[in-house]
Design a protein around this ligand. Structure first.
Ligand code: GSH
Length: 224
C-alpha cells in the first residue's frame, strides 16, 4: 500500500499528466497546491529543481519518498498503480512512446515561447516551430488515441498541451490543427475524455486566460 500526494500548481500542464494517469487508473491521491511565485520552504526542500509536479510517496515503515519530473512520475505510476495499462507491452513501442512524450515536452516549451514572444517576428517564428511539430505528429497519430484504440501515457502527456491550444484559440483565430485531420480528431477525443476534463480546477479556463494575458505576448496584444 502506498499513499500518493501530488504537489501541484493549478495551471501546470506537466502536473496534469500525472493527474490524468491517476484518474485513468482510478487511483486515490491527494493534491497540494503551491504558489510558484512564492515557493514555500517545505516545497523547495523536497523539489530538487524547484518545479512541480512532485510526487510524495508514503509507504508503511518507510520515510516518505519524492519522485520528480512528470515523465518519470508517469513511469512510476505505471509500475506501481493497478488499473489499465498506459504504456505498451513491447519494449520498442514503450521507447517510442517515451520519445513522443519528450516531443510533447518540447512542444510545451514552444507554446510557452509563442505566448511570451514580445515581437511579431518572434511570435511568427514560434508559431512556425509549433506548426512544424504538429505536422510531424500528423504523420504518426493512429487515432482515435495516439497509438490506436487504447488511451496511453502519450495521450495523458499531450492532452494538457491541447487544452492550452484550445484556450489560446478561444481568443485568437489560429486554427492550429485546421489542416491536420488526424491531430484535429485526436485533440477533440482527448479534450472530451473525463480524466482530462477533471484534471484541472473548475476555474481553470478563467485563470489560464488571465495568466495568458499577463504574459503580455504579442499574439494576445494584437487581439486586445
Ligand atoms: N520537465 C519538468 C517541467 C516541469 C515544469 O516546468 N513545471 C513548472 C510549472 S508548469 C514549474 O514548476 N516552474 C517553476 C519554476 O521553474 O520555477 C516536468 O516534466 O515535470
Amino acid at each position: 500500500m502506498q499513499r500518493l500526494t501530488l504537489i501541484s500548481s493549478p495551471l501546470c500542464p506537466f502536473v496534469q499528466r500525472a493527474v490524468i494517469a491517476l484518474k485513468e487508473k482510478t487511483e486515490p491521491f491527494d493534491i497540494v497546491y503551491v504558489d510558484l511565485a512564492d515557493k514555500p520552504d517545505w516545497f523547495l526542500k523536497i523539489s530538487p529543481l524547484g518545479k512541480v509536479p512532485v510526487l510524495k510517496v508514503e509507504r508503511e515503515n518507510a520515510e516518505p519518498a519524492i519522485v520528480f519530473e512528470s515523465a518519470v512520475i508517469l513511469e512510476y505510476l505505471e509500475e506501481t498503480v493497478p488499473g489499465p495499462k498506459l504504456h505498451p507491452e513491447d519494449a520498442l513501442d514503450r521507447a517510442q512512446h517515451r520519445s513522443w512524450i519528450e516531443f510533447c515536452s518540447q512542444m510545451l516549451g514552444d507554446f510557452w515561447r509563442l505566448t511570451t514572444a514580445k515581437s511579431e517576428p518572434e511570435s511568427t517564428a514560434a508559431l512556425a516551430t509549433l506548426g512544424d511539430k504538429l505536422q510531424r505528429l500528423e504523420m504518426v497519430v493512429a487515432g482515435p488515441f495516439f497509438s490506436g484504440a487504447s488511451f496511453s501515457n502519450v495521450d495523458a502527456a499531450f492532452a494538457p498541451l491541447f487544452r492550452q491550444i484550445d484556450m489560446l484559440e478561444a481568443v485568437v483565430d489560429i486554427g492550429f490543427t485546421r489542416r491536420l485531420p488526424r491531430v484535429d480528431a485526436w485533440r477533440r477525443v482527448l479534450l472530451a475524455r473525463q480524466s482530462v476534463q477533471e484534471a484541472v480546477p473548475a476555474d481553470y479556463a478563467q485563470r489560464y486566460l488571465s495568466h495568458l494575458r499577463e504574459r503580455g505576448g504579442y499574439i494576445l496584444q494584437e487581439r486586445d
